[in-house]
Design a protein around this ligand. Structure first.
Ligand code: DC
Length: 267
């Protein structure tokens, strides 16, 4: 809120560099990188880069590297839903039906360390949150309004501590509707499935591409149809279609958006 960003954020000339991908960028009203001055309204917003988008678009890697480049904190909000899911799956069937997920979300501290490790309570669940069983069941946790209420409150608190990059589904719409920078990453389902399949290979998992595409389509639908905090583009987000872009280019564009509007305060 009017808080100044670190000195590492400096005026840059990247704004011109945005033009070659003009076709891949749809600019909302709030964060247009071609703006030369921030309106007082944008200046009032919180120093958060909100990155939303569907499964497999590459949010995590992009968000982590954008945060590193800008010297911001990185928060993978999906990891929080996954951590609660890990704990829920440890309960017996009867326990899973009650309000257990919300109790876990409210009572067990989730820690997203800057070295990438994820803890819940006294447990390191970094590997466990990526298990297939968790990916299959995490929507039960993400659909739970009471869980969302607890996790969104934590995300807001953490995001306000210092300039941050938050990635998820509802960051620009629910968690930080007043974020200074909002980006929605998109890519065709086929390309997202290929990226996800490549990740599986890197993790020594063999999943047929057709299966990856099917899972991804189902998860997209769930994310979009969720009653609370569904995946959607914030009105003032910049949409970047990454289908034909390298990750480096996506990172460059997001950093340019941040630097362009951060560099020139209104008089
Ligand atoms: O991005 P991911 O696959 O790690 O997310 C895990 C689950 O949490 C997935 O079902 C989407 C959901 N999610 C959400 O509902 N809101 C967020 N801000 C982040 C993730």
């Amino acid at each position: 809120m009017g808080e100044r960003l670190p000195q590492t954020i400096r005026p840059r000339k990247e704004t011109e560099a945005l033009t070659p991908e003009a076709n891949s960028l749809r600019l909302g009203s709030g964060n247009c990188p071609h703006r030369t001055r921030m309106s007082p309204e944008v200046q009032q917003r919180v120093p958060v880069v909100a990155i939303d988008g569907p499964v497999g678009v590459g949010k995590s890697s992009v968000a982590r590297r954008v945060a590193e480049t800008l010297g911001f904190r990185h928060l993978d909000t999906g990891a929080m839903y996954r951590a609660v899911s890990v704990r829920l799956l440890e309960q017996d069937a009867e326990e899973r039906k009650s309000g257990t997920a919300a109790r876990i979300a409210r009572n067990e501290a989730i820690e997203l360390r800057q070295d990438g490790r994820v803890w819940i309570g006294a447990r390191d669940v970094t590997e466990a949150i990526r298990e297939e069983e968790v990916s299959q069941h995490v929507h039960l946790v993400a659909d739970d309004a009471a869980v969302r209420q607890a996790l969104v409150a934590q995300q807001r608190r953490i995001g306000l501590e210092r300039p941050s990059v938050l990635e998820g589904r509802d960051i620009g719409t629910v968690v930080f509707p007043d974020a200074k920078w909002k980006v929605y990453l998109d890519a065709s389902p086929d390309v997202r499935a290929q990226r996800r399949a490549a990740q599986h290979v890197a993790n020594s998992r063999k999943v047929p591409l057709g299966q990856v595409l099917k899972n991804l389509t189902e998860r997209d639908q769930r994310d979009r149809e969720r009653k609370v905090g569904p995946l959607r583009v914030a009105d003032d987000a910049t949409v970047i279609d990454t289908t034909d872009m390298t990750e480096d280019r996506v990172i460059e564009l997001i950093c340019a958006i941040v630097r362009a509007s951060d560099a020139r305060p209104a008089p």
